[in-house]
Write a protein that binds this ligand. Structure first.
Ligand code: ADP
Length: 221
């Protein structure tokens, strides 16, 4: 089932994670309904998002009365109470919501959420920790890793790519890495070609498997 790109989003729980999701979506002008059992938080968010409702989302009937089943996308942002997170996710599954995103605080929590029917399980703390590990361990400035172990990284260029045309460095063959873009100091990013020459103080965007990129970044040290 296809969901329109601008579909309304139901967010349950206005802790740090839920607030970040709600704030970003409302900045993107998306229709958002937030639900929290805490009246103070609901009051605070009622000015910022389309709708804010105080309710206990463990209560299926309450969710139905709010019209939760009308939303194609829901985010369960309750983490600290695993029991509540599981009950709320089960309710959303019962309501037939097409895309349920649920935050997990541990691997077993995530396994349960997936088992009861969450379509996407997010581990914000584990993911942030992994990112920081990549960032502190070398020359990487920014790091996006995709599910299939493929990554795109912004980094200072290792010596292996500096000073000659990229086509002559053999980096794709030797390291499994493709340089996508290059940014010289004070200039905009430009797409890299075979004839691009990278300078030591440039910043590059590279893609490849996470393991290859990790090895490549290690050349810098
Ligand atoms: P974070 O770790 O992202 O800060 P928390 O799990 O601490 O997230 O925050 C949970 C939020 O969800 C709180 O604002 C809490 O009031 C709300 N919440 C918890 N249980 C329920 C529930 N059964 N129904 C609605 N909201 C809930």
């Amino acid at each position: 089932e296809r969901i329109p790109r601008d579909a309304a989003v139901l967010i349950i729980g206005l802790g740090r994670f839920g607030e970040a999701v709600a704030g970003e979506l409302s900045d993107l002008d998306r229709d958002v309904l937030v639900i929290d059992e805490n009246a103070r938080l609901v009051q605070k968010w009622s000015e910022r998002v389309t709708h804010a409702v105080q309710a206990d989302a463990r209560d299926l009937e309450a969710l139905r009365q709010i019209g939760a089943q009308e939303f194609p996308i829901a985010v369960v942002a309750v983490g600290s109470s695993v029991e509540a997170s599981v009950l709320i996710t089960a309710n959303l599954v019962d309501l037939g919501i097409t895309q349920i995103w649920a935050k997990a605080v541990s691997k077993s929590h995530g396994t349960i959420l997936a088992r009861i029917g969450a379509h996407h399980v997010i581990y914000p703390e584990a993911e942030a920790g992994e990112r920081v590990a990549h960032l502190v361990s070398g020359s990487m400035i920014d790091f996006i890793e995709f599910d299939d172990d493929f990554a795109i990284v912004k980094m200072h260029p290792p010596a292996a790519v500096v000073g000659k045309a990229l086509g002559d460095t053999g980096i794709r063959r030797k390291h499994g890495i493709t340089v996508i873009g290059v940014k010289a100091n004070g200039q905009a990013f430009a797409y890299a070609t075979n004839s691009t020459v990278v300078n030591a103080d440039d910043i590059v965007i590279v893609s490849g498997s996470s393991a290859d990129i990790e090895r490549f970044a290690g050349l810098y040290a």
